[in-house]
Design a protein. Structure first.
Length: 329
């Protein structure tokens, strides 16, 4: 696509904001797509929701709402748009569909999965329930609709402790992230039965890496996502969901910070926090990175890659997401 004078004029305000994150030469490639997508989404009454791990040209260039998984699910339930484009991974698009079954929900690349979501099936949850009769099941939103359909209440990293405590039981089955389960167990007296799922991005961080960075940057603040291994959380100054981490930086304005999470988040947040120096550990989520501007344009134009689920699964899975929203209120 051609970078015309008209496109340059229309997209310059966006580029002025994000020029520190994207070199000029790359912008000439992105700008025509940003221009077309922003035009088309208005014509089609579509809304673009983007997870915090999307790249800056998506996060700042075309997204109507960028957030963590919890806020994306809530926003999906409120939108008046006819079409929802989810710039994130498959479970996020499914959750948007559950919250809004009458809307068309599109995912620009159907292969955008998640190692946590693929670590467990509905059959696995049925087996766990048989082994632990009467014990409620709390599932992370990073799960398929089949797993959510077997779940009593969902949670995200932003509300996991609150959800577990709200059930008032001695034991809870907490799926599928073993590290998040350990984090929750450290914050509550409830006995946690966990599953061996891990996030392939966050499991790579180590406390040795953090201690090494602290040695060279004594004044640094280290903030980690609770999907990281327990040693990493213990070596950090703060743990929270992606939006919790963003809020920490915004409110504390540390001189230097290391966000122990997916790499694009530092690029996105640096733009709104120019006085903070970001030390970037570079672990990318290959699933999140499947979402690109050309795929978004194609999916919006042709309305392809629609999320389709049976009414039965929608009805069952939706309950667990609604219950999460109820407890959160
Ligand atoms: P949150 O945005 O809810 O913190 O989750 C992070 C994540 O794993 C998304 O892939
Ligand atoms: Fe899944 Fe981890 Fe990627 Fe998030 S960052 S989508 S949890 S693999």
């Amino acid at each position: 696509m051609e970078f015309t004078a008209e496109i340059k004029k229309a997209t310059d305000p966006i580029y002025n904001k994000i020029s520190k994150a994207i070199p000029d030469i790359e912008w000439t490639f992105h700008a025509p797509y940003i221009y077309e997508i922003n035009k088309l989404k208005k014509e089609k009454n579509a809304v673009i929701l983007a997870h915090n791990y999307q790249t800056p040209e998506i996060y700042h260039g075309i997204s109507d709402f960028s957030a963590d998984s919890l806020a994306l699910a809530i926003e999906a339930s409120k939108t008046k748009a006819d079409i929802i484009i989810m710039c994130g991974v498959h479970f996020m698009a499914e959750t948007a569909k559950l919250m809004n079954p009458k809307k068309k929900v599109l995912l620009p690349d159907m292969k955008a999965g998640c190692s946590l979501s693929s670590s467990i099936t509905g059959d696995d949850v049925r087996m766990l329930k048989r082994k632990n009769p009467g014990v409620p099941v709390v599932s992370y939103v990073n799960t398929s609709a089949d797993v959510k359909a077997e779940t009593d209440v969902c949670c995200t990293s932003a509300n996991a402790v609150k959800i577990v405590n709200s059930l008032g039981t001695k034991k809870v089955i907490f799926l599928p992230d073993d590290y998040l389960a350990k984090y929750v167990a450290s914050q509550t007296n409830v006995e946690i039965i966990s599953w061996k799922g891990t996030c392939e991005v966050h499991e790579q961080f180590t406390d040795t890496e953090i201690n090494e960075i602290r040695k060279n940057n004594p004044d640094i603040k280290v903030i980690a996502h609770p999907e990281c291994p327990p040693d990493v959380i213990n070596a950090s100054d703060f743990a929270g969901s992606t939006s919790g981490m963003i809020k920490y930086v915004k409110e504390n304005q540390p001189k230097k910070v290391m966000m122990v999470t997916e790499c694009s988040m530092s690029d996105n947040i640096q733009i709104d926090n120019p006085n903070v120096e970001f030390i970037r550990p570079c672990n990318l989520c290959p699933h999140m990175k499947r979402i690109t501007l050309p795929k978004i344009l194609d999916c919006l134009k042709n309305e392809t890659n629609e999320i389709v689920m049976s009414e039965d699964i929608i009805r069952k899975a939706r309950k667990s997401v609604e219950k999460m929203a109820e407890i959160g209120r």
